[in-house]
Design a protein around this ligand. Structure first.
Ligand code: CP
Ligand code: NVA
Length: 330
């Protein structure tokens, strides 16, 4: 079904209906088919977008850049060191300037209010490329991956293991609620999503048939899961000193082969990436030296195993971000 979301910003999936999310997913599949078949789709010539990154990125930045270029658009990348934003120029002034030059703005940073203000003052569609609170573009890629695996996602159980109040977990709870899926947050009580967000998602579930469960029991989290999902234990912007307490709290929520064995035999493993599954990163090595861990949120055998879908999920960032840009700018 073709819906019209032209001119809208993409700040949180709470702003989008089930039908609108499904429309974006269908469009993403169409973009993937064209890309796979080498069909040119420069559907937005003469448009330009700017990408603002106050935190680092591989997937999100590249997905926006390749997506924009495939659509025939021009792209400018600005990180926090190379623009005046915040230091010499207020956010509102920056937004007003960028809105006069660009057709759309992507923002990755800290507070959700910043991305909301950018949308308020720029007058053009703003896309949330991750804040401390939400990561909505990630969600479309994630659900696209679940759809590729299982078809209809309604009634599927997705369990998030770990820091269940981070941006990715919050957004997964929302998208699962919107699409009638069963979301389970599996982690320590200290790291559960806020009561307010849980309440909002449960209200959405009353309409869609989904559910939200919170548990600290790994067995309960894994039982009947179609998707075992995890993310890093310390998110960007959190202080390094927090590692010790996170390792202590989250150690037993690592997704290992034992956890996968407790899920459905057809279950898949997913991760938004980047991931600490081995010692081939600076941080992974430092944590190993300090705490003796060989891996953190997922064991290497699961990450490299047959049930893992994280690289397909990463590719889907490009198709889904392209769909968001096209649908809001066309
Ligand atoms: N998943 C994700 O957002 O990756 P990046 O931080 O590399 O953009
Ligand atoms: N929760 C992670 C997600 C990275 C894509 C972070 O914010 O660092």
């Amino acid at each position: 079904m073709a819906l019209n979301i032209r001119g809208r910003s993409f700040l949180t999936l709470l702003d989008f209906t089930t039908e609108e999310i499904n429309y974006l997913l269908e469009l993403s599949m169409e973009f993937k088919r064209m890309k796979d078949n080498g069909v040119e789709h420069k559907w937005l010539p003469n448009k330009n977008i700017v990408l603002l990154f106050e935190k680092t990125s591989t997937r999100t930045r590249c997905a926006f850049e390749v997506g924009a270029m495939d659509l025939g658009m021009g792209v400018t990348f600005l990180d926090s060191k190379s623009s005046q934003m915040g230091k010499k120029e207020s956010l509102a002034d920056t937004a007003k300037v960028l809105g006069r030059m660009y057709d759309g703005i992507e923002y990755r940073g800290y507070k959700q209010e910043v991305v909301e203000d950018l949308a308020k003052y720029s007058g053009v569609p703003v896309w949330n490329g991750l804040t401390d609170l939400y990561h909505p573009t990630q969600m479309l890629a994630d659900i696209m991956t679940v759809k590729q695996e299982f078809g209809d996602v309604r009634g599927r159980k997705l369990t998030f293991f770990g820091d269940a109040r981070n941006n990715v977990a919050n957004s997964l709870m929302i998208v699962c609620a919107k699409l009638g899926m069963h979301f389970c947050a599996c982690g320590p009580e200290e790291l559960m999503p806020t009561e307010d967000l849980v309440k909002t998602c449960r209200e959405i579930c009353e309409v869609t048939g989904g559910s939200v469960t919170l548990t600290s029991d790994v067995k309960e989290g894994a039982k009947d899961a179609d998707v075992c999902y995890t993310d890093i234990w310390v998110s960007m912007g959190e202080p390094d000193e927090i590692w010790a307490s996170r390792i202590d709290l989250l150690g037993k929520y690592a997704v290992t082969a034992d956890v996968m064995a407790m899920a459905k035999p057809t279950a898949i493993f997913m991760h938004c990436l980047p991931s600490f599954h081995d010692l081939n990163t600076t941080v992974g090595q430092e944590i190993h030296e300090k705490f003796g861990l060989e891996y953190m949120e997922v064991s290497d055998d699961v990450f490299l195993g047959k049930q893992a879908r994280q690289f397909q999920e990463a590719e889907n960032r490009m198709h889904t971000i392209k769909a968001v840009m096209y649908a809001t700018l066309k």
